[in-house]
Design a protein around this ligand. Structure first.
Ligand code: NDP
Length: 447
């Protein structure tokens, strides 16, 4: 394992996020390789992307200036199905971040039980502060290159940070024009053109279904629990909605400029207000504190300082913004406040040191590749509906999602126990996700 990890660092020394994701998985796989030494060559291969595409994305801003961004698609692993994973538009996007996300996606997609390989893509384009027509021109230019690399049976992207319904619509329109066909090459589409009910809600809802299952193993529940949520985008919004559905209370939310604390709780009416602020008016979370009484707003500190959100006394913490947003110090603050469970809505929001703090203090900890898999699982359901040319009801899709999350939880829980690490969902998820992909890669001759 050490030899594999060292070779990953030697090949790409400037990719810290990718190293972090690889190290976490390799750390879990020792007992598997002992039981299945035939899988060692798989480990050597699985850390290398099958294909990486990088391209120029030129577009014209509203003032008539040419702007040039970088586009990427990482096609990480197609052993168990077509590549599947989101597109991220954020200034921080680079190969390291996309490779970490694509690598995580391989195990996550395997855990859903659906036939999906792993991929991820995006651009260093920042949709914030751009007009709708600038975003449209950017998306069209991005797809002008990406379209030749994707397909319903090849690679099916979805949304992620900075890519929501608006962007997916523009991307889909351009694909359709270029390829001259109407097929489900993107998920997260609008309802009127092949989208699935519950897809927008799925990551956040699935996260809370997973947290519910995890809490139930110790006889606890979301009902009556006080929860902190970070972020105020897609995952954060619908995680908060499901916490409210299940009788919990949400007291924090954030964006990249700061966070709000509402001790009275963000109820449905206030959450609707946040959804309108973020999805339609595209404003800042600080406006919440101006609009509602009894709320404090705190500006973010420059990293790596703690921004204070995780110092709020809660029972359950749901980080739903971005990677590495809970560090060791913040994990200790949560433990000092006797947090019961931490479930990752975002991808890798807890640093390895933070995870260690939770696990060594008996906090229930759910890694994102298990607890946020509801989004990609429902994307899989969208692909099925597109292929069948059918559309299922809200209740049908939600029931599928709930069942998938229950199964992912059981799979991670049982696998951790089987390999001698009871309660360790990180190991359980990594091993369970790995075994299926490893078996398929071996059967296919490790190409
Ligand atoms: P959105 O763009 O809808 O929301 C992201 C939220 O996080 C926003 O509130 C944003 O603030 C905040 N944020 C982004 N970057 C930073 C940063 N560097 N520091 C502090 N806050 C930040 O994205 P999603 O909700 O879709 O994604 C959130 C996380 O969930 C990501 O890690 C993503 O990979 C993961 N995820 C998403 C899935 C999905 O289905 N959408 C599926 C599985 C995982 P601001 O408004 O200021 O930009």
């Amino acid at each position: 394992m050490k030899e594999v990890y060292d070779s990953v660092i030697a090949r790409d020394p400037n990719q810290p996020e990718f190293h972090q994701a690889v190290e976490e998985v390799l750390d879990s796989l020792g007992p598997v390789i002992q039981a299945h030494p035939e899988f060692l060559p798989v480990v050597r291969s699985i850390v290398e992307a099958e294909r990486i595409i990088q391209f120029r994305v030129p577009w014209w801003d509203d003032d008539g200036n040419l702007r040039v961004n970088r586009g990427f698609r990482i096609q990480m692993n197609s052993a168990i199905g077509p590549y599947k994973g989101g597109l991220r538009f954020h200034p921080s996007v680079n190969q390291s971040i996309l490779k970490f996300l694509a690598f995580e996606q391989v195990f996550k997609n395997s855990l859903t039980g659906l036939p999906m390989g792993g991929g991820k893509g995006g651009s260093d384009f920042d949709p914030k502060g751009k007009s709708d027509s600038e975003v449209m021109r950017f998306c069209q230019s991005f797809m002008m290159e990406l379209w030749r690399h994707i397909g319903a049976d090849l690679d099916v992207p979805a949304g992620d940070i900075g890519v929501g319904g608006r962007e997916i619509g523009y991307l889909f329109g351009m694909y359709k024009k270029l390829a001259n066909e109407f097929v489900g090459i993107l998920t997260g589409k609008g309802r009127s053109y092949g989208g699935s009910l519950i897809r927008p809600e799925a990551t956040g809802y699935g996260l809370v279904y997973f947290a519910r299952e995890m809490l139930a193993t110790t006889g606890k529940s979301i009902e009556g629990a006080v929860c902190s949520v970070s972020g105020s985008g897609n995952v954060a919004q619908f995680a908060s909605e499901k916490v409210l559905d299940l009788g919990g209370k949400v007291v924090t939310m954030s964006d990249s400029s700061g966070w709000i604390h509402d001790p009275a709780g963000i109820d449905r009416e206030k959450l609707d207000w946040i959804m309108d602020l973020k999805n339609n008016r595209r404003g800042r979370i600080s406006e919440y504190a101006d609009h509602f009484d009894g709320v404090t707003y705190t500006k973010s500190q420059p990293e790596p300082a703690s921004n204070g959100l995780w110092g709020v006394d809660v029972d359950v913490a749901l980080p739903c913004a971005t990677q590495n947003e809970i560090n060791e110090e913040e994990a200790k603050m949560l433990v000092a406040n006797t947090v019961i469970a931490v479930a990752e809505g975002a991808n890798m929001p807890c640093t390895p040191e933070a995870v260690e703090v939770f696990q060594s203090n008996g906090v229930l900890f759910a890694p994102g590749k298990a607890s946020n898999a509801g989004g990609v699982a429902t994307s899989g359901l969208e692909m099925s509906q597109n292929s069948l040319r059918m559309s299922w009801t809200r209740e049908e899709v939600d029931a599928h999602l709930d069942r998938i999350m229950i199964n992912i939880h059981k799979n991670a829980f049982d696998t951790a126990e089987k390999y001698g690490m009871p309660g360790n969902y990180v190991a359980g998820a990594n091993i369970a996700g790995f075994l299926k992909v490893a078996d398929a890669m071996s059967a296919q001759g490790l190409l």
